[in-house]
Write a protein that binds this ligand. Sequence first.
Ligand code: 13P
Ligand code: SF4
Length: 342
Amino acid sequence: MNTSTPELRKETARLYEKLNKLGWGRDDCELIAPITSEIAQLKDEQNAVILAHSYQTPDIMYGVGDYVGDSYGLSRMATKHPAQKIIFCSVYFMGETAKLLNPDKEVLVPRVAGCSLADAITGKQVRALREKHPHAGIVCYVNTYAAVKAESDACCTSSNVVEVVEAMPQEEIVFIPDRLMGLNLRNMTSKTIITWDGTCVVHEGFNEDTIKDIRQRFPGVKILAHPECAPGVVALVDYAGGTSGMLNYVRESSAKTFMLVTECGLTDRFKAEFAGKEIVGTCILCPYMKQIQLEDVLKALKNPSPDQYIEIPEDVAARARASLEKMFEYEQIGKSKRNKKH
Ligand code: 13P
Ligand code: SF4
């Protein structure tokens, strides 16, 4: 490997400027510079864009990602971006959502990575739930595969779940697959919520004692949690919301100390993007998100294997897209219902 060319020295300096805040040394940056520059070159040649979820490792987010964000925001970004090829650095279901919203673009994932929530339910199981609860509406969380979205009445994200549920015509809602988020939902709506037994391996790992301990040790700390955490944890925090909601909260808060009750990638973003603010407590790594390596991103551009392309059978895609469209419609109805109440 030749690290002495002016191009590689320039790339090393670019990486170092971004990654040294996260503890990366110049040597670490020098080591990945050849691969990040090859990725950048191929990306430009192929008119591709690289999207990186906030739970990715710093070398992916800041080394090769053009945009870093949450699952929903990145998929929306893909629709606006002129690139015809999207490399979605994240778990498979997020790549599928991007493909559903961008059917005419090529969408690739660096690796076929699962998710304990998405893996918790199949389309067949949703059909069985519909038979068991014929009068209920079925709302699926965005952390599901296209085959599950296709069997649901509407999809939702962590930021619009209440609006979607409130706007559904039914009083009884089957909420899939996140049991903990479903339990949190029961505290936010008067509708009857039937839950499924899925959980996120990251967020189910946090407990109330840790939150109480951090609050005691760091007076004035603001604690933020993802609604995939248990209700007992959510009840103790200052803010509950998705990854983008948490970042906005930190951006707008005058507090100095924060605890992020979520995956470690968000902690990395926090350290890289908010100088002068302090983060305390621990985070938990997502074993699915962290499977993605720079080598996989390079392969998706240089020599993609068939499984890296997101392909969804058209009948499934049309019905899954309809459940996403219902989400956009119900989100607006739910918002105006709320505004009228206040
Ligand atoms: P966001 O929807 O906030 O991107 O979070 C995705 C996720 O996997 C949460 O665990
Ligand atoms: Fe799935 Fe949880 Fe990982 Fe998000 S953090 S991808 S919900 S396992």
